[in-house]
Ligand binder design. Structure first.
Ligand code: BG6
Length: 295
């Protein structure tokens, strides 16, 4: 574990571009270069801020009431849900959305080019993970910070037996007003409504006037977040069979201790995911899921 800040500073010595600091119990890395500023935590390989300099505003929503404690997920930014999305199918007492978002990753490499800063983080099966999920694996998370942001998640089966995963890149986007927001690119796409357990097809752009928790079949086209009829964000996904869209609305927001009561007004989650059918990997196989975010 890279618990020591001095060790990280020595190993990744790019003081003009990369800084490390502690926030609460966790280690945070701050990136600042020509095209963007960003912040991420080693716990969960969790990005909490991405500010492209041409926009000069954060593209991600982060809860001001979030925890920064070991073993507790950060609320907002981009949590990684892995090796299961939602509740575990085998044991409901296991942590929702898997254990990756609560686990300490190691910082494997930082590469700096003219256009991008590329960060690789690793989580490898260990005594704790094997108690929750009895498989040997390697999970590689890569962030490419540039004018846009690319997040990819590569699962490697390091076991002697096949295993299946479900997963999501659970991005929380910062918006100005959920009542004036639409998601474009979903028309005619089927979805499973997690609130009613019914399947339907989307008629038109998705607009919000209540809680939304839906798993859409993946669209071939990029999705767009439009605010007051202007496209603000374009989201592309690769290697994902679904897109999850979530806004908790008022009542669920109030019920979450790490979420401000009015927070639902300025966020929407759009998640690149492999949900119910998941991904099965034979020994030695690997699979990558990716989300590309452009402002
Ligand atoms: C979404 C799910 O991906 O995550 C929702 O579809 C869930 O059902 C939401 O409520 C937040 O989950 P959590 O565990 O971070 O509170």
């Amino acid at each position: 574990m890279q618990r020591s800040l001095s060790h990280l500073k020595e190993k990744f010595n790019f003081p003009d571009i990369i800084q490390f600091e502690r926030q609460g119990e966790l280690i945070k890395c701050l990136v600042n270069f020509k095209y963007a500023k960003a912040e991420f935590f080693l716990q969960g390989a969790h990005i909490t801020s991405f500010i492209p300099k041409h926009l000069n505003t954060d593209m991600l929503w982060l809860s001001p009431q979030s925890n920064y404690s070991m073993g507790k997920a950060i609320r907002g930014g981009i949590p990684i849900c892995w090796p299961w999305f939602g509740k575990s199918k085998t044991d409901a007492s296991l942590p929702q959305h898997g254990f990756a978002r609560n686990s300490e990753f190691s910082l494997d490499s930082i590469e700096i080019s003219d256009e991008t800063v590329t960060i690789k983080l690793l989580l490898i099966s260990n005594r704790e993970s094997l108690k929750l999920w009895p498989h040997n694996f390697k999970l590689e998370v890569e962030f490419k910070f540039g004018k846009r942001l690319e997040v990819s998640l590569t699962t490697v089966n390091d076991d002697a037996l096949p295993f299946s995963i479900t997963e999501a890149i659970h991005s929380y986007f910062l918006i100005s007003d959920i009542n004036k927001t639409a998601i474009r690119g979903l028309a005619n796409i089927d979805y499973f409504d997690q609130l009613t357990s019914h399947s339907k097809a989307q008629q038109d752009d998705l607009e919000f006037n209540q809680e939304v928790d839906r798993i859409y079949s993946a669209s071939k086209e990029p999705l767009e977040i439009s605010q007051q009829n202007k496209v603000k964000v374009e989201i592309t996904q690769v290697g994902a069979n679904s897109t999850v869209i979530w806004n908790p609305w008022q009542n669920k927001a109030q019920a979450m201790s790490d979420f401000p009561d009015s927070g639902y007004l300025t966020m929407v989650c759009i998640e690149a995911a492999n949900t119910s059918t998941g991904v099965c990997l034979k020994p030695g196989e690997k699979h990558t899921i990716k989300q590309i975010i452009k402002g």
